[in-house]
Design a protein around this ligand. Structure first.
Ligand SMILES: [Zn+2]
Length: 180
């Protein structure tokens, strides 16, 4: 049985927006052509992603280069325009960093801490997403990060290809080498 492209993409993306990695309900999702059809982009899964509708509207007929410029301008965690906001106003609405993110006592993101924790574990790393989420929550707590970020961190490990996942099982860790 053939699945609908949007359902297929959402499934492949773990139910999250391709760009901002926030949970994406089907009714808020739309299909984005990375290379727009008007620029010769194909209608296949290689060129299609599911993302927040507001971002899709903003991207419109931009070239891939222009889209990347929008994404890179945000530096760090990418946020789609608010789902209720006027998409035209979005590029200027650069999110102001949360106060705790500016605290100098710890890295701006929990990811390096988690990567270091995973590296230390060698072959004793979690084999399932659930076990990984538990470990990540522990690492966050030990290092003074909000435990609520665990889901985000796991999503990031996935989206940045630090882990390979199949059926919620982790089939491989691709950790960057330690800088120490
Ligand atoms: Zn999004």
């Amino acid at each position: 049985m053939r699945t609908k492209p949007l359902d297929r993409l959402l499934f492949a993306q773990g139910g999250e927006c391709f760009f901002c990695h926030r949970p994406l309900p089907r009714e808020d999702a739309s299909i984005e052509h990375l290379v727009a059809a008007t620029h010769g982009g194909k209608d296949n899964d290689e060129n299609l992603v599911a993302c927040c509708q507001a971002l899709n509207t903003l991207f419109g007929r931009m070239s891939l280069k222009e889209k990347l410029a929008v994404i890179l301008k945000q530096k760090g965690a990418f946020q789609c325009p608010a789902r209720t906001a006027d998409p035209a106003a979005a590029p200027r609405a650069t999110p102001t960093p949360a106060p705790e993110a500016a605290a100098p006592t710890r890295p701006a993101t929990a990811l390096p801490v988690v990567l270091a924790g995973l590296r230390k574990r060698g072959n004793a790393r979690p084999r399932t997403l659930d076990a990984l989420a538990t470990l990540v929550a522990d690492l966050l707590e030990q290092n003074g990060f909000p435990v609520a970020e665990a889901k985000d961190v796991v999503a990031r490990l996935r989206s940045q290809h630090y882990i390979e996942v199949q059926d919620r099982r982790i089939t491989a860790y691709l950790l960057p080498p330690s800088k120490a």
